[in-house]
Structure formats: structure tokens, C-alpha cells
Ligand binder design. Structure first.
Ligand code: ZN
Length: 271
């Protein structure tokens, strides 16, 4: 689940400047003495890592990163001493405290497309990296998607498998009962079939409202990610955590800016 080295000194953490741990009074009186954690780190979000095909439409191309670019970005992470950590691990630190490696970064991939197993997983394994995959169990085995066996293999080899609803609806556009089924059902299916905890959720299209947020919490998730752009993960906002969109045309300089959060032009990803 983690990359090496996993035990940097606290001094190294401070020097990295990427993790900020704040202590404050934030809970009801019954929980006084507990600590609030605000982490600053990039949670990158990607969808496809593959070559373009002639039939790919504008949306598909907008969600696609070429394998060469992807591998260059992984090499950049290694050579600049970034350490990949899973979203589940970040959420555990956010909830309970603890340490992350220096220069932590989460690589997250939405939807569970076939190129995850074909391209992303081998590239991560070769570099001893991990990532979080937000999966829709109802889509596994369909054309263009991974199958259960592939997801199971990734889970057994250190990849973090989390939920992204059963069938990828806009949760704000379906009935409350359907939304609850999509949210709770995806967690149940992944837990049952893979025997993994499933503690993190990602909203399809980044779409949610207060009722849906409540459904996610009651379904047993500890946190949820949107597609809003940001680098600050706060425990108080753990059901609406931001991520950082990676663009297919990014230069390595732009990629570095996205990691650090120093990007001048902030783009929003609608998907
Ligand atoms: Zn999605």
C-alpha cells in the first residue's frame, strides 16, 4: 500500500513543506484533546492512460493521457523524491493522525477502464508505486472496463480499490433511493468480492449535494473526493475533498506546478 521510504523523520516532513498538521479545538467537548488534521498534498485524478483511437470523441480525448506522458510523469515523481500513497492511507491520517512519507502524492484513477490494468498497473508495479482506483462494480466486465479478476489482482498487489457508485450515474439526478443504492451497493459489492475495506468514495462527475453527502457518510465511508481543484484536505471537509486534474497536454513543468499547487491558471474538470 505504501512506497518506500515510509518512515522519514518529522524534520523531513517539515522540510518538505507539503504536509501541514494543525492542532486545534474542533470537536465537541466530549472529544476535547483530539486533534484536527489538515493535509496539503496533491491527489491527482486521471481516467484513461492510452493512445487515442480514431473513434474517440472530444470527451474521451479530454480524459486521456498518452502512455508516454504518463510514464514520464511517474519518472518525474521518482526523481523528485515524491512518494505515492493511497487515498485510504491519507484518509486514515486525516481521521486518526499519523505520518505520511515526505512529498506524498496520491494517484487516483476513476471509472475502472481496461487501460488501468493494461497500462497503469504495470507501470506502477515496475516503479514500486501505488495508486487508488475508484471502481464502479456494475460496469466491470463490460466492454472498455476491467473485469473482476483484474481488479482483484491489483488489490492483491498493493493497489487501493475504492468505490465510485455501481453504474456511474449523476447522483443529483436520480431518486434518493437510487442514490443510496448506488452509494451503499458499490461499497458492499467491492467488499464482498475483493475482501478489501473500501473506506473512500468518489462522486461521479463530481456531483453531490447535502443529502448525497449524508448518504455517503451513513454508508460507512470515511471520506469522499470531488473533482473540484485543490490541495488542502481538511478533516472537517472530508466528504468533499478536492483533487488535481492532470491534463493530457501538460509539460513536465506544468505537471510540477500541479503537484505543488503553484499553478497560476487553475482549470476545473467537469467530469
Ligand atoms: Zn467517473
Amino acid at each position: 500500500m505504501s512506497s518506500k521510504p515510509s518512515r522519514p523523520s518529522s524534520r523531513a516532513l517539515l522540510i518538505s513543506g507539503l504536509v501541514t498538521v494543525l492542532v486545534g479545538a474542533w470537536l465537541p467537548a466530549s472529544a476535547q484533546g483530539a486533534r484536527i488534521y489538515t493535509l496539503r498534498l496533491p491527489v491527482l485524478v486521471m481516467h484513461h492512460v492510452k493512445w487515442d483511437k480514431p473513434g474517440d470523441d472530444v470527451t474521451e480525448r479530454g480524459l486521456t493521457i498518452h502512455p508516454t506522458q504518463f510514464r514520464q510523469e511517474l519518472t518525474f515523481l521518482s526523481s523528485h523524491r515524491y512518494h505515492t500513497v493511497s487515498a485510504a492511507r491519507v484518509i486514515r491520517v486525516l481521521a486518526h493522525g499519523g505520518r505520511l512519507p515526505g512529498r506524498p502524492v496520491v494517484l487516483s484513477f476513476d471509472d475502472g477502464y481496461a487501460d488501468m490494468y493494461r497500462t497503469v498497473y504495470p507501470a506502477l508495479r515496475a516503479r514500486h508505486m501505488t495508486a487508488t482506483f475508484f471502481i464502479c462494480p456494475g460496469l466491470l466486465g463490460k466492454p472498455r472496463y476491467m473485469n473482476w479478476g483484474q481488479v482483484r489482482t491489483m488489490a492483491r498487489h498493493g493497489m487501493d480499490i475504492e468505490a465510485h457508485t455501481l453504474t456511474h450515474p449523476d447522483l443529483t439526478a436520480v431518486t434518493p433511493a437510487q442514490a443510496r443504492n448506488e452509494i451503499a451497493g458499490s461499497r458492499a459489492a467491492l467488499r464482498r468480492r475483493l475482501h478489501v475495506p473500501v473506506t473512500v468514495f468518489a462522486y461521479p462527475y463530481g456531483a453531490f449535494n447535502a443529502a448525497i453527502l449524508g448518504d455517503v457518510r451513513r454508508a460507512g465511508y470515511l471520506a469522499a473526493f470531488t473533482t473540484q481543484q485543490g490541495w488542502r484536505l481538511s478533516r472537517a471537509s472530508r466528504y468533499a475533498l478536492p483533487r488535481v486534474y492532470i491534463d493530457r497536454d501538460d509539460s513536465l513543468t506544468q505537471f510540477a506546478a500541479r503537484l505543488s499547487g503553484n499553478l497560476q491558471v487553475v482549470e476545473q474538470d467537469p467530469t
